[in-house]
Design a protein around this ligand. Sequence first.
Ligand SMILES: *Cc1c(COP(=O)(O)O)cnc(C)c1O
Length: 411
Amino acid sequence: MTKLAPQHCALDYFPAHENNLTIGGISIQRLAQRVGSTPFYAYDRQLMTERVAKLRNNMPPDLKIHYALKANPMPAVVQHMASLVDGFDLASAGEMKVALDTTMPAQYISMAGPGKRKQELQQAIAAGITINIESPHELETIALLSEQSGIQARVAIRINPAFELKASGMKMGGGPKQFGIDEELLPTVLKQTKTLNLDFQGFHIYSGSQNLKADSIIDAQQQSINLALKLAEYCPTPVKKLNIGGGYGIPYFPGETPVDIQKIGDALAKPMDTYKASNPQADIIIELGRYLVGEAGLYVCQILDKKISRGQTFLVVDGGLHHFLAASGNFGQVIRKNYPVAIANKMNALETETVNIVGPLCTPLDILADRMDLPTAEIGDLVVTYQAGAYGLTASPTAFLSQPRAEEVLV
Ligand SMILES: *Cc1c(COP(=O)(O)O)cnc(C)c1O
């Protein structure tokens, strides 16, 4: 039986008023009435503001903080983030549209990702954003498109480093990878870049995601800066942007603790100074997704049925895997663990029972909670899943079983 760890920080972000969980000062029940239907996602803008402020307070003052839209591309969220961060990182032309609809200037936007289509590259060139080049072929394609359109493309080279981001939920660098150009090839690729009419911006080194170990992040950031120093002599022009990635995780499960931001910030000051001493015009950038928005969101469902099967209680809710794949345990997890869950209108109820919370889909994979101890709930009550601000709706198979879509609101 997995209990919601009582110290889980997600609980503090959404205080209970009497029995009701609140977000942005509104009870979930009232918000559900306002939205008009369940399930829905609710994101708290104030929590995002506070998170960015906390990060800035702990990082060297001249470090640039970018938001990776892939974590949550809801236009209202991206609009809000535009007022908080120094830039955006994109992974498609679709995300580029959302980003360019905000006040964020194109010069602070970059696009990464393998397999960018010609059309997408042309759009990015026309927009004037920085394209993080993922392969020698992509470099040649961009140079050709640049020449054909008469617009000099802004480019950075994404490097697949020789090192790894240790203890990461997802590794995206080190060893053979579809991301970036292998470190060993960089001298040759940079020499080629020199012969092309491109506006060279610098480097992008993204080695992994969902890391809670400050020491691993510190190590990867130090190594990223060392690598950029080593490559300086091959660069066609001085580096203007050095994106050293991110990977800062958030705690999802009992026993996980928040990443030590202060330790990371303190450790970054010296390598940053070293880099800036020989590259005074360079901006050093980190790009984060879930750390900035993941804990600011809730996924809200309503209980449709309550049944007992051979001694176990099942709460059947109106949402699940098709809206929040990650919470069901099917988004790359090896072992399924429960996300923090609560009964939103029974926050201080004393009587509890052990329940399984399942969705309406005809698959046993559609689980939101596996044998959790929660306040005794009834049909009509609202179930919230925490840590729902990142990799929620857009990271889920929403067409599966043709269920109604989930609304999203920013409060
Ligand atoms: C996925 C991704 C991110 C964001 O990852 P988080 O774990 O949400 O911080 C940032 N940059 C790149 C290149 C990515 O692929």
